[in-house]
Ligand binder design. Structure first.
Ligand code: PLP
Length: 440
């Protein structure tokens, strides 16, 4: 077995790289190809030993130990460790009393599992547009979507920035609804010191391999504020006989990773702050907005493009984005579309076959589910005008690399004529949400 050791260091890049020819045009890439690899998660001897030792231990005890340690870290009252984020969301919904045929309001911009968990609870996801600045569920649109059937609102702390939970809490109080967090991107994120997952009535959180706090492979955890909701979720598991249990090998890995989570979080925060400051010196790019008192966990880092600030607003925005993606990728920064279609445009919601014969959508007497894409103009605009850095900022990358990322964006910003050239010679590129839905 080979270890994942990276053998070559990345040198600290110098500012004069910005003057060089773009890599796409044959110049030197800011990050040369042989030093592009990053490792995630970081695995130590402790992780390995914990996992191996756990195999012969009492599985329930290991999972319990993990669950308690992480519950205390988050500051939640009750927790159930699960096999995945999707199953944790299912339990979070069932726990607060979501019943077949109920409606649950979710954002149009998230990962499909947010809405699929609603379907798993045999309820109907009602999609709502996002805020143009934070990309979180827009409370004004959420209020407009409330009907007699609405049981819960489930915001997503998308990319790691907590959603506007105070505004949503005012809504759930006003209309006697339940507030369920999808905290899958938001490990250690917080609002005024309260950690994501402990703020709503309940929460679900993925702990799978691509998350800031991965338990190795698949995993998740559901949190509850009230004992009654926690017990309702436990009762559902008992009564249905569904096995949503977390593997104890994953729990053992999680226990040992948890000790280093604050350290990795601090490196991510340092890197994100560095990049955001550097992007503020460009015209074309800007980093995520973080409201006062909010802590972003940067599971993903969405870069916003403002083509008008580079005199490129006569070009189609999605073509500018596409050209920039090619140019930045050539420099060694793997920025990409994370989602190209709002979730209501993904096949399970276009077709609404559900579990078969249209169930649970058949429980609804709605003629109009509101799933047409033109109902989500803010999401569409955001998708056309932004690119996302995923794993490369999630990994606690070294200082040299984040300096290089910043330089790569500055290099593109200094070459608007190349962006224009690429767009003008571009072929019949479809606007991204007219293509099949995909993550990458
Ligand atoms: C926002 C969001 N919610 C839910 C999930 C589902 O988690 P899992 O894949 O662990 O079931 C994910 C997974 O990527 C996610 O990104």
């Amino acid at each position: 077995m080979k270890t994942d050791f990276i053998h070559k260091p990345l040198n600290l890049p110098t500012d004069d790289l910005i003057e060089e020819l773009l890599a796409f045009e044959g110049g030197p890439a800011v990050i040369p190809e042989d030093v592009r690899r990053t490792n995630f998660p970081i695995i130590t001897k402790e992780d390995v030993i914990q996992m191996f030792v756990s195999i012969q231990q009492d599985g329930d005890q290991v999972v319990d130990e993990f669950k308690e340690a992480y519950r205390r870290y988050v500051g939640a009252n009750y927790a159930i460790a699960t096999a995945s984020g999707t199953s944790s969301l299912h339990l979070a919904l069932v726990g607060v009393g979501v019943q077949p045929g109920d409606e649950v309001i979710v954002p149009a911009f998230t990962f499909i599992a947010t809405a699929q968990a609603v379907v798993a609870a045999k309820a109907i996801p009602i999609f709502v547009d996002i805020d143009p600045i934070t990309y979180g569920l827009d409370p004004v649109q959420a209020e407009k979507a409330i009907t007699k059937k609405t049981k819960a609102i489930m915001p997503v702390h998308v990319h790691g920035l907590p959603a506007d939970l105070s505004a949503l809490r005012r809504l759930t109080d006003k209309y006697s609804l339940r507030l369920v967090e999808d905290a899958s991107h938001a490990h250690s994120a917080s609002i005024h010191g309260q950690v994501a997952g402990s703020i709503g009535d309940s929460a679900g959180q993925s702990l799978m391999a691509d998350k800031n706090f991965p338990v190795g492979g698949e995993g998740g955890i559901a949190f509850f504020k009230e004992k009654e909701d926690y017990e309702r979720a436990l009762h559902f598991l008992d009564a249905s006989g569904i096995d949503y249990r977390m593997s104890w090998i994953a729990a053992a890995f999680g226990l040992s990773q948890l000790e280093r989570l604050p350290y990795y979080d601090a490196i991510r925060a340092r890197n994100a702050a560095y990049l955001t400051n550097a992007l503020a010196e460009t015209k074309l790019f800007s980093g995520p907005f973080v409201p006062d008192g909010y802590k972003h966990s940067y599971n993903m880092y969405r870069v916003k493009l403002s083509p008008e600030r580079l005199g490129l607003d006569d070009l189609e925005d999605y073509r500018v984005k596409d050209a920039v993606q090619q140019l930045i990728n050539a420099e060694g920064v793997y920025a990409r579309e994370w989602q190209n279609v709002p979730i209501p445009g993904h096949l399970p919601f276009k077709n609404r076959k559900g579990f078969g014969k249209g169930y649970p959508f058949t429980l609804s007497d709605r003629k109009d589910f509101g799933y047409e894409l033109d109902r989500f103009p803010v999401t569409l605009n955001m998708l056309r005008n932004s690119l996302t850095i995923c794993r490369e900022l999630r990994t606690p990358i070294e200082y040299e690399r984040i300096v290089a990322y910043a330089l790569a964006f500055k290099k593109i910003d200094a070459n608007p004529h190349i962006i224009r050239k690429l767009v003008e010679r571009g072929d019949n590129l479809k606007v991204l949400y007219e293509r099949d839905a995909r993550l990458g």
